[in-house]
Design a protein around this ligand. Structure first.
Ligand code: SF4
Length: 449
């Protein structure tokens, strides 16, 4: 009998990918995805631990799930509640303590074991099952092929984990050491996605440009070479990758931007701060000058490359002068997109116990100043597209009737008037209006009439 699984995903794109792969793993057990928790026999919260707020959201969501589970039990049904992902990995038993109705807690490296874990829950007689180990077997070797089509744009994890230990980050503790999947496995998964209708693939990794997977020739392949080979797959029209670390940018990666037309002219390259003092405190192992040099090399290779970044304000020890330096760098590089946050201490990370924590008022003011500047640049970048014709991959219905939403090569969200039959097409769209967050346009063939 078909059973419903509801997976709620928090956090990054890697969690989005993992949630889709959990659905694949559960399909042979008779589980199909449902849209609401109340219709599900299995509810999984795939969680994020990057900031305090992200983890707290999980506990608040669990409050709702507890009521749904009780209602289901009252009507004679059963709901298994699982917490997965980085909060599960970092807090483990604490999740069960705070939410004793949770049946299963498992980390990001264990989800290929879901059938076995669910069997243990069914045998467990009310005791929660916990699996936050780092299995010696790479989970990717055990994942089945996709159980359902992924739409027109899909994620594909090629690398996972991190050995860099930035002072503020939980990833090395929650995702473990860096691991790169073998090239053959990635190419096979990409071909499968394209067969199912995917036209754009975003390669994922916590440090995607640290990729060093085993190639079919037995040698280590870096990201640039992997991208060149992926570009040979007929029907794969667009390739993106995220997230890169400045330290790992190499000639092959830069050259791929010059030579591979399928590689979209957009790069997310976190800088975190514009102050060398703060970058050193963050253990980033690059300077502001290094970052500038990398940006120059990339823009030489691909003049229209749009850059995106991550920025943290208020890292312990950050002074007003450091903050001004960040504003200065942002003014110089002019990012097309950016994610900016107040520093949030995460237990177990070096910066959390650092003296000289910045007062929250100062953090809020600095974030406000930074975000104002970034928004100006985002708007400028988008407004410069007005009047241009951009190829847009139409991916989903838009907010309004008769409208579809898609992405430009620069990852801008674009809304165009078009019928649903055109979903999945890459259409030329004349851009007619822009905000800081999105573009509107009309199909070039319509505009010409
Ligand atoms: S490189 Fe990225 S994932 Fe790794 S520790 Fe630093 S911020 Fe976290």
């Amino acid at each position: 009998m078909a059973k419903g699984v509801y997976i709620k995903t928090f956090g990054c794109q890697m969690n989005v990918y993992d949630s889709a792969r959990m659905t694949d793993v559960l399909a042979p057990l008779g589980f199909t995805a449902v849209d609401t928790a109340k219709d599900a026999e299995l509810v999984i919260l795939n969680t994020c631990h990057i900031r305090v707020k992200a983890a707290e959201k999980v506990y608040s969501e669990l409050g709702t799930i507890r009521r749904l589970k009780a209602a289901k039990a009252k009507s004679g049904g059963r709901m298994i509640v699982a917490v997965a992902g980085c909060t599960a990995q970092a807090e483990g038993a604490e999740v069960i303590e705070r939410a004793p109705f949770v049946d299963l807690v498992f980390g990001p490296q264990s989800y290929h074991r879901l059938p076995e874990l669910i069997a243990r829950v069914l045998r467990a007689d009310g005791t929660a099952v916990l699996d936050t180990s780092f299995p010696t077997e790479p989970k990717f070797d055990f994942l089945p092929t996709a159980a359902a089509p992924r739409g027109f744009a899909a994620f594909l994890t090629v690398q996972e984990g991190c050995d860099k230990f930035c002072s503020f980050c939980v990833v090395p503790y929650t995702r473990g050491a860096e691991y790169s999947r073998p090239v053959a496995q990635i190419l096979a998964e990409a071909r499968g996605l394209v067969r199912d209708g995917v036209r754009e693939i975003t390669l994922l990794g916590q440090n995607v440009n640290a990729y060093h997977g085993e190639g079919p020739d037995g040698r280590e392949w870096r990201l640039g070479k992997l991208i060149r080979h992926l570009a040979e797959i007929p029907g794969l029209d667009r390739i993106r990758y995220t997230t890169s670390h400045p330290r790992d940018v190499d000639d092959e990666q830069v050259a791929a931007h010059r030579d591979v037309p399928q590689l979209m002219p957009f790069l997310h390259l976190p800088v975190q701060s514009g102050s060398d003092r703060v970058l050193a405190a963050m253990n980033r192992h690059h300077t502001v000058a290094d970052y500038r040099r990398i940006v120059d090399r990339l823009r030489c290779a691909r003049a229209d490359l749009a850059l995106s970044t991550d920025l943290i304000v208020g890292h312990p020890g950050e002074s007003e002068e450091d903050h001004r330096a960040t504003l200065g760098l942002v003014n110089e590089v002019r990012f097309a997109q950016a994610f900016s946050f107040k520093y949030s201490p995460r237990p177990g990370t070096p910066a959390a116990s650092g003296a000289s924590q910045v007062h929250d008022d100062a953090k809020s003011r600095r974030l406000g100043e930074l975000q104002q500047l970034l928004a100006n640049h985002h708007r400028e970048f988008n407004e410069a597209c007005v009047g241009r014709t951009l190829p847009v991959l139409l991916q989903k219905p838009g907010r309004h009737l008769g409208q579809l939403a898609g992405r430009s090569p620069y990852l801008q969200s674009v809304h165009v008037a078009a019928v649903a039959a055109r979903l999945g097409e890459i259409v030329p769209a004349v851009i007619t209006a822009a905000t800081a967050n999105s573009l509107s346009g009309s199909l070039a063939e319509t505009a010409a009439e």
